[in-house]
Ligand binder design. Structure first.
Ligand code: FMN
Length: 367
């Protein structure tokens, strides 16, 4: 309520990226003050055992995570875990530092409860992220590392390899982002042959890593259903640990009013308009992989009911970005509490029992 007022009266009047930077700095600064951090952790970090999820060989205090793009530089993951996120996916990090696209890069479509971004992976590069991650207390938060292609790199596989070599030892899990619409050609890497080559290259660069790091791929919502099936099959064949679905959509038809004057021509749409497609992709992946992969669902999650629906549709974990931007710092707590209530109401011992509970029953084998 207070955040909504603050948002309507103040925050939405300034450039979205600037507001993001300032609020992130504020949250990080607050989290550095030990007594405040302790207090916030006591109030906000989920401790309800019914929310605990074990997946990817990791222990998640809640299925709700902060999606990639919010903490691009690995500068604030502890602060976001303090707010109640059960994991934080940092990045997208590229091998070389780069400025990203010029000009305004994040647009709010408040009436649509959406954002449009054309950021193009601004970040300081893998070496800077590595040094920040190295200093972390591994027990404080589960941190996934999302890597993408440096815009000017000619050999994409070698570029991913550079990032992975540096960052895998610091990551609780690793994500190959091949689905951002804002790096030219990146989404072409979702073609199955290209993806298989990328996975092989990344695996080759991981052979000397002492710990086996879970490897996931993040996909776009704009793939055809056939392509989604092909990626699901590939993920099983290649023994990937999981898939993250989905990134932002370039489909302006997802908006209620695509012709509105504030809709930018370029960039990926996130938030409420993405909800139906993101859920449909999850359902398809779950049906195709039959519970054999960890699925992380992201796209348009705004309420505990949305998160619950994804889990029942087969998501082991869920993530959000835009819902958090519109919902404010207490949003993760609301989602966690809502999820815990739904677990209780369903008479389950824990949320893990709800994973895939709504999935279409498999046809009985022919007699
Ligand atoms: C401003 C902004 C920047 C983003 N940057 C990244 C990124 O760097 N890497 C990535 O994999 N996804 C990125 N995303 C996509 C989100 O991680 C997420 O997949 C997408 O926004 C859908 O979730 P949502 O509807 O909860 O926002 C970004 C999203 C936004 C809004």
């Amino acid at each position: 309520m207070i955040y909504r007022l603050l948002y309507t009266l103040l925050l939405c009047r300034f450039d979205a990226e600037r507001v993001h930077r300032l609020t992130a700095r504020g949250l990080i600064a607050v989290n550095r003050i030990a007594p405040l951090r302790r207090l916030l952790r006591a109030l906000l970090v989920p401790r309800d055992p019914s929310l605990r999820v074990q997946a990817l060989g990791l222990d998640f205090p809640s299925p709700l995570g902060l999606a990639a793009g919010f903490d691009k530089e690995a500068a604030g993951f502890d602060a976001y875990a303090t707010l109640g996120f059960g994991h934080v996916e940092i990045g997208t990090v590229t091998a070389e530092g780069q400025p990203g696209n010029a000009g305004t890069r994040v647009f709010r479509l408040t009436r649509e409860r959406a954002l449009v971004n054309r950021m193009g992976f601004p970040n300081e590069g893998a070496a800077a992220a590595e040094s920040r991650l190295r200093a972390r207390d591994r027990s404080a938060a589960v941190v996934g590392v999302n890597v993408g292609k440096t815009r000017l790199a000619e050999d994409a596989d070698a570029d991913y390899q550079d990032s992975v070599r540096r960052l895998a030892p610091q990551a609780d899990y690793l994500v190959l982002n091949v689905s951002s619409p804002n790096t030219p050609g990146l989404r072409d890497m979702q073609a199955v042959d290209r993806l298989a080559a990328l996975i092989a290259a990344v695996r080759a660069s991981l052979v000397d890593t002492p710990r086996q790091v879970p490897l996931l791929i993040k996909i776009a919502p704009d793939l055809s259903d056939e392509d989604i099936d092909a990626i699901a099959d590939l993920a099983l064949r290649e023994r990937l640990d999981g898939l993250i679905a989905t990134n932002t959509t370039i489909d302006r038809g997802a908006l209620r009013d695509p012709a509105a004057p504030d809709v930018p021509a370029e960039g990926g749409i996130s938030g409420a308009p993405l909800k139906p497609r993101s859920l449909a992709v999850l359902r398809r992946l779950h049906e195709r992989t039959d519970g054999r992969l960890v699925l992380i669902s992201v796209g348009g999650i705004e309420t505990a009911d949305d998160a619950w629906e994804r889990i029942r549709a087969g998501a082991t974990l869920v993530q959000a970005y835009t819902g958090f931007v519109y919902g404010g710092p207490l949003w993760p707590r609301r989602i966690n509490r809502g999820l815990a209530r739904r677990v209780r109401e369903a008479g389950l011992a824990g949320i893990a029992e709800a994973i895939g509970a709504d999935a279409a029953p498999q046809p009985a084998p022919a007699a």
